[in-house]
Design a protein around this ligand. Structure first.
Ligand SMILES: [Fe+2]
Length: 342
């Protein structure tokens, strides 16, 4: 069975891409070309089925959201949601006050110092998952406006997929996809065009100022409408498409929200690093439940059940709620106990 599966895997990979050229080579066989994406989605139909099941065909949601936006009264949410719906990303410039950002940095100075001490003379990515929860961190991680924007955008109930994380990225070399391919470089940072999960949405809070002269994220606006493949995309494919590329920049406290299906990459600038607080939300799949991260998040004795109902429900996939009859195992999977009696 495994042999047949592997054979089928190879056959469809060959049917999708047979010989390398200047645009499609090595691992960089993802595309923005309409007909190539049609071919990919025909061969790798599971992704479309997954997107349909999660109601995450972005073009359909675009029209649903467009109608919904008209009814939103809060002008801030209305405006930002409209931009996100049209482009697949948005930067909320100077959204959080610098004082609260400084407090977060101070509260986590040991974690940050430790991440920075790991930097090597290479492009490296250092992440601390499960930042200890405090009232200030909750204000940033589960901000009401940001949650509203994302929930409206995904057009489904929103769940936190990951524990809040602090990321420190060090860039030693600026790299092109051709260079990564020819020199067989295993990059730790995603310095190549790619998409994340279709049904996720990511929030990045800048803990350091980011401008065009520094290491930053770049996106291809409106590429979230594509039924994108999971392959990496070469710089040449983006250049050939003549699609515009936008730098996601802003001062400390600015917030970048990006749809998982938008084409994006880490744009490194030599000897320029970045520090961010990141979190990811989803329509309820890919929840990265992890007991070590729970323990880390609660290490400052934060009372998770003191959160209001909306916030508590939002994170229940990664901080399961205690239930009266507890859980039961069914085929190695955990479910709430079905028999409610004694
Ligand atoms: Fe990514």
């Amino acid at each position: 069975m495994k042999l047949i599966k592997n054979l089928l895997k190879k056959i469809r990979a060959k049917l999708y891409h047979n010989s390398d050229n200047n645009i499609y080579y090595g691992e960089f066989i993802g595309s923005v070309n309409f007909w190539r994406l049609v071919k990919w989605n025909f061969l790798y139909f599971e992704k479309i089925l997954f997107s349909i099941k999660n109601r995450q065909i972005k073009l359909i949601n675009y029209f649903i959201n467009k109608f919904k936006i008209k009814k939103i009264k809060n002008t801030f949410i209305k405006e930002k949601l409209q931009f996100l719906n049209n482009n697949g990303f948005i930067v909320l410039e100077n959204y959080f006050d610098e004082n609260i950002i400084e407090k977060i940095i101070k509260d986590n100075e040991t974690i940050i110092a430790n991440l920075k001490s790991q930097k090597r003379n290479e492009n490296s990515y250092h992440r601390f998952r499960g930042v200890p929860l405090t009232d200030n961190l909750i204000k940033i991680w589960l901000d009401e406006n940001i949650i509203d924007i994302m929930e409206n955008y995904l057009n489904t109930k929103l769940y936190s997929r990951m524990y809040p994380a602090i990321n420190y990225t060090h860039c030693a070399y600026e790299r092109t996809s051709k260079e990564i391919h020819t020199k067989k470089i295993k990059e730790q940072v995603a310095s190549y065009w790619h998409v994340d999960y279709t049904n996720t949405i990511s929030v990045t809070v800048f803990l350091s100022d980011v401008d065009k002269s520094k290491t930053r994220m770049q996106v291809v606006p409106k590429s979230h409408f594509n039924l994108n493949s999971f392959f990496k995309i070469s710089d040449e494919a983006i250049e050939e498409s003549k699609k515009s590329v936008v730098d996601c920049v802003g001062k400390k406290g600015s917030v970048l929200i990006h749809c998982g299906n938008i084409i994006h990459k880490f744009k490194g600038v030599s000897n320029s690093d970045r520090l961010q607080l990141t979190s990811v939300f989803s329509s309820g799949t890919n929840l990265a439940l992890n007991v070590n991260h729970i323990s880390s998040c609660l290490s400052k004795n934060f009372d998770i059940d003191s959160l209001d109902t909306r916030k508590r429900n939002l994170i229940k996939g990664i901080f399961p709620i205690s239930i009266r009859q507890g859980y039961e195992m069914q085929n190695e999977k955990i479910f709430p106990t079905s028999y409610k009696g004694l």
